[in-house]
Ligand binder design. Structure first.
Ligand code: GLU
Length: 309
């Protein structure tokens, strides 16, 4: 078995030399300011060893990766009742598609497309003020990453709040079907802010560990979710974590993963490793171009694909 440290450093060097890096997201104006040359990776193996390379200590906007954690919180709050409001099938359409929502009577296909994540945020918000719901989400991230310094990038949240017309359309459409309970502006406010949480690759890999260890936080031994729930969250990450690029990600990388338009990807090798990569350039489906390339190289060299070495 090759040394994880060596493999991670080799991959970071290879990625630095690549010229084709994809396009940085610009529909959220604040994200367009990020350096397209950035690349970071952090891998925490099952024994707790951490291998890092590149810009692994630079905070970036986790965007849709936050949806893994809001799904976890919402399942803790309402259990399987969540599936009355959101499906769990791959969408095969873009992350912010409206067409599918109309055809399916306001019920989003899965919790990771924008409509589904907005519905999940609404569940967390019910019975709380937006500030309380957001505080709960942020504290959950800090607890999982074992790092109280994690914060929300207010400039990114404000930028999306000013320009998130399509998400507002999705939320209003669901509201018309009763899928959203709270005032749309409250639900969207919480959604935009949790997408704007800023984390480093190291912090994100730390936060993903409970999905590697069948629901346990390995540093404290505390149970975050049941092993059955961890397994199911991983299943949804595999089938829905990369929007209409989920099949390609499974084919090339072979791990449950969740991407964000900030260019991050959290990938889970069950019982083996929690991996966070970040490179801001995106492919046509809105997933990190080099992030996926790096994960493909990593799983191949380490023999970590869930489908076999
Ligand atoms: N906040 C982003 C949006 O709603 C998240 C999308 C993503 O990261 O894929 O458009």
């Amino acid at each position: 078995m090759p040394s994880l440290d060596v493999v991670v450093k080799e991959i970071a060097d290879e990625m630095r030399r690549r010229t084709e890096r994809g396009e940085v997201a610009s529909y959220i104006p604040e994200l367009a300011r990020v350096d397209p040359a950035a690349f970071g990776i952090a891998v925490i193996d099952a024994t707790g060893n951490i291998a890092v390379a590149g810009d692994s200590e630079t905070p970036f906007s986790i965007q849709s990766i936050s949806k893994v954690f809001t799904l976890t919180l919402a399942l803790g709050k309402v259990g399987d009742r969540l599936w009355r409001r959101v499906g769990r099938e791959p969408s095969g359409s873009s992350f912010n598609s409206i067409v599918q929502l109309e055809r399916e009577c306001g019920i989003p296909r899965n919790p990771f497309i924008n409509a589904g994540a907005i519905a999940v945020t609404d569940l967390i918000l019910s019975g709380h003020q937006p500030r309380e719901a957001l505080g709960e989400i942020l504290r959950f991230m800090q607890f999982l990453a074992d790092d109280p310094t994690i914060t929300i990038d207010k400039a990114v949240a404000a930028s999306e709040q000013r320009t998130g017309f399509r998400n507002a359309a999705l939320a209003n459409y669901m509201k018309s079907y009763g899928v959203i309970e709270n005032p749309v502006e409250f639900t969207l406010g919480v959604y935009f802010h949790h997408c704007a949480i800023a984390m480093t690759c190291r912090q994100l890999a730390m936060a993903g560990r409970f999905l590697v260890h069948a629901g346990l936080n390995p540093s404290t031994g505390a149970r975050v979710v049941s092993s059955e729930r961890a397994r199911r969250i991983n299943a949804i990450m595999l089938t829905c974590g990369h929007y209409d690029g989920s099949g390609e990600f499974a084919y090339r990388v072979g791990l449950p993963g969740k991407s964000g338009v900030g260019g991050g990807i959290l990938a889970i090798a069950p019982e083996r490793a929690s991996i966070a990569v970040w490179s801001p350039g995106l492919d046509a489906a809105g997933n990190s171009h080099l992030g996926r390339a790096a994960l493909e190289a990593l799983t191949k060299r380490m023999g970590w694909s869930i489908f076999g070495a």
